[in-house]
Design a protein around this ligand. Structure first.
Ligand code: PLP
Length: 392
């Protein structure tokens, strides 16, 4: 059986997106900045897509700027909204697109405060209050975590920021949230999104910039996107993103409901394995995310074992980046280093089935049992209580 359970990494292109894109990959090849018919058609398609994205987000078209994806949108927001000498408040659990940008800025004449999170991955409010004693230039907090699935509640957090420091700017990396859960722009000045996380193509995304917020460009050049983001428009990508987002938002409740039911079955089934634990908040989490750790088993070996059984999954450890460091997210929620080395993330979509969920539960249980039976230390661990031996 082939099971795709890595939808947090990327999603299958929706048919609506492919259909919308095809004309712009074939005869509609004009440069949207040109002055002839096929160029004008391309320009119209880009502007229609902008309207569609804006409508889906509850924004105005002139507040949507297309980018090459979530990473560029995050870099743009952080690097260009944070002046020299300014303070950025962010969290310890951000995606590397934010975290590594923040670390870069921290070494280049900016202050950065990294807010700790509790064991479910929520920002610790007292720490936020303490950070807000001084005025920040920018607060960047992700909408939902890509690894453990926790939804961080940016609305309440940003409301607090705006009450205390009305001039501070707010940015949210909503890459995992857009198209999957409702997203409010009420207290948000900038928001990053990425098409390939909601059934659109790879290599295209957008930054929402609230009207009145003056953000200098990250990319200088020919003056595209009203002078804010130069580079010839990726017409097919932009059109595909708009089609995918419209579909995702229109059927968000139904898709999220179905995905959640599958996810809950998966979580219940997997947690029946002894010494297995769910990462993140059981309730306040992305509909498709199920992230686990299994004592005595490395996440990577599980991912490889699952691959051999046709299941596409991912591990929260940092082996993909070529380092042996444990996941910064798992460390931030208080997992000891030896446990933080190996998590298993199964991320579902509404396209998954009950049979697939049952197959994955069985496969995980079998691989975990096999790996543990090979470990000389496991017998000793089994003598101890099954509860977590750590806490934050
Ligand atoms: N932010 C989050 C939370 C993500 O999950 C990802 C992708 O994994 C990104 C940013 C980067 O997005 P992109 O792949 O479009 O650059």
């Amino acid at each position: 059986m082939f099971v795709y359970a890595d939808n947090a990494a990327t999603t299958k292109l929706k048919n609506s997106a492919l259909d919308a894109m095809l004309p712009w990959l074939t005869d509609g090849y004009g440069n949207a900045s040109g002055f002839y018919s096929i160029a004008r058609d391309a320009r119209r398609a880009v502007e229609d897509a902008r309207k569609t994205v804006a409508e889906a987000m509850g924004a105005r078209p002139e507040e949507i700027y297309f980018t090459s994806g979530g990473t560029e949108a995050d870099n743009w927001a952080l690097k260009c909204a944070l002046p020299e000498g300014g303070t950025l408040i962010t969290t310890e659990v951000e995606h590397h697109a934010v975290l590594h940008t923040a670390q870069y800025l921290g070494k280049n004449r900016r202050q950065v405060i990294y807010l700790p999170v509790d064991e479910k991955g929520h920002v610790i409010e007292d720490e936020m209050d303490r950070a807000l004693e001084q005025p920040p230039a920018l607060v960047s907090i992700m909408h939902a975590n890509n690894e453990i699935g926790t939804i961080l509640g940016v609305n309440e957090l940003f409301a607090k920021v705006k009450t205390r420091w009305p001039k501070a700017l707010t940015h949210t990396d909503a890459v995992q949230a857009v198209g999957h859960v409702p997203v409010s722009l009420e207290f948000v000045d900038m928001l990053s999104m990425s098409a390939h996380k909601f059934g659109g193509p790879k290599g295209v995304g957008a930054l929402y910039i609230r009207r009145g917020v003056s953000l200098p460009p990250l990319l200088h050049g020919g003056g595209h996107e009203r002078g804010k983001r130069s580079s010839t428009e990726n017409v097919a990508g932009i059109v595909g993103m708009a089609a995918a987002l419209r579909e995702a938002v229109n059927k968000l409740d139904i898709a999220a409901g179905k995905t959640k039911r599958l996810r809950d079955k998966l979580i219940d089934g997997v947690l029946a394995i002894p010494y297995s634990f769910l990462n993140g908040d059981r309730e306040v989490r992305l509909p498709g995310n199920a992230s686990f750790i299994f004592e005595g088993v490395e996440g990577e070996s599980l991912v490889l074992g699952l691959d051999a059984k046709g299941v596409c999954a991912s591990s929260g450890s940092a082996c993909s980046s070529g380092t042996l460091d444990p996941s910064h997210v798992l460390m931030a929620i208080g997992l000891p280093q030896e446990v933080a080395h190996g998590s298993l993330r199964l991320s579902l979509s509404e396209d998954n089935t009950e049979e697939e969920v049952a197959y994955m539960i069985e496969a995980v249980a079998e691989i975990v049992a096999r790996r543990r039976s090979m470990s000389p230390l496991w017998d000793e661990r089994e003598q101890k209580p099954t509860e977590r031996f750590w806490s934050k």
